[in-house]
Each structure stands twice: as structure tokens, then as C-alpha cells.
Design a protein around this ligand. Structure first.
Ligand code: IMP
Ligand code: MG
Length: 173
């Protein structure tokens, strides 16, 4: 169930997405960006973000899931890979949320092996308290507390992605 009022309202999200897009547009001035979204969670954030970016963009997606191993390194399974050739191109990896950092770190390392000209990362939400792997994140929307959140693309068992705002999810007891 969804608790109380939104953790982040539609207005707060839209204003943050605009400022992220603004920073990205300035940083990549005169360049083209290959923006790679991690599905499914990124789909709404990415759609809103790219429509406000003012430099040329090429869009691609990946579907991946990570599994925690006995060590903190984990392993990532790629269900659907990118189709763009990213060698010598500027890549921006976009995800909905960074939690332990395991998924983003593994995918980032995998993309680096393809020799992009540059590789930056962008997440809407950062649960910093939970970080296990120290992965560089270049653009962060909001730092949030250690709570499970849903909405604006984020799910609990594939539900609630369509909520226009972000809310804390608690299991009904
Ligand atoms: P990490 O590898 O632990 O950083 O996990 C990141 C992934 O876990 C995200 O891309 C989400 O799919 C999922 N995740 C982590 N926290 C939440 C949450 O609070 N709500 C929904 N999904 C989450
Ligand atoms: Mg995800």
C-alpha cells in the first residue's frame, strides 16, 4: 500500500527534471549524446528528461537484472542489450534509482569495455545510505531516505509505475 502524502510531488519532480536537463544540455554543448536508459524503471523519467535536453540525442535501452553474490560484487544478467555502437561516442547512462549501486556499477563497467568517448551516469533518486559499491554518479535528482518508493516509473512487483508522483510503499500488515 501507498502511505500518506507523496514523498515527491509532480511539481517537485518536473522542476528537478528541468534542472537536470539544463545541466546536461550545458555540459554537452556542441556534442551528441547517446542516452542509454535502464528499463523498465527509467521509462517515464527518461521520456521527460530527453524532451528537455537541447543537444542532439540518440536513444537506446537495456534491460538488466543484478544478482547479489556472496561477495558484494554481484553479477548482472543482460536480458536486452543496446543496439547502438557506442565506441568513441558520448554516453549518458540513465536509471530511475541507485540503491546499493551494484547494478549501475556492473553496467557501467560493461559499457566502458566498448570504449565510449565518455561515460556519465544520471539517476533521479539516490538512496545514499544503502550504497555498497562506490560508483560515480554525475547527475542526481533527489537524495531520498532508506524507504522503498514507487511511482513515476518505479515499481513494487511491477505495479504502481503509472503513479505520476513518488510515494513510499509499505506492505499491508
Ligand atoms: P542497486 O543495484 O541496488 O543500486 O539497485 C538498483 C535497482 O533496484 C533500481 O534500478 C530499481 O530497479 C531497484 N530499486 C531499488 N530501490 C528501489 C525502490 O525503492 N523502489 C523501486 N525499485 C527500487
Ligand atoms: Mg531498475
Amino acid at each position: 500500500m501507498i502511505t500518506g502524502k507523496p514523498l515527491l510531488t509532480v511539481e517537485q519532480i518536473q522542476s528537478k527534471v528541468s534542472s537536470l536537463a539544463d545541466s546536461i544540455s550545458k555540459d554537452y554543448d556542441g556534442k551528441e549524446i547517446v542516452i542509454i536508459g535502464l528499463l523498465k524503471g527509467c521509462f517515464i523519467f527518461m521520456a521527460d528528461l530527453v524532451r528537455q535536453i537541447r543537444v542532439p540525442v540518440v536513444i537506446d535501452f537495456m534491460i538488466a537484472s543484478s544478482y547479489m553474490q556472496t561477495t558484494t560484487s554481484g553479477e548482472v544478467k543482460i536480458h536486452c542489450d543496446i543496439r547502438e555502437d557506442i565506441e568513441n561516442r558520448h554516453v549518458l547512462l540513465v536509471d530511475d534509482i541507485i540503491d546499493t549501486g551494484i547494478s549501475l556499477n556492473l553496467i557501467r563497467e560493461r559499457l566502458l569495455m566498448k570504449n565510449p568517448a565518455s561515460l556519465k551516469t544520471c539517476v533521479l533518486l539516490d538512496k545514499k545510505e544503502r550504497r555498497i559499491v562506490d560508483v560515480p554518479v554525475d547527475y542526481v535528482g533527489f537524495e531520498i531516505p532508506n524507504e522503498f518508493v514507487v511511482g513515476y516509473g518505479l515499481d513494487y512487483e511491477n505495479n504502481y509505475r503509472n503513479l505520476p508522483y513518488i510515494a513510499i510503499f509499505k506492505r499491508a500488515i
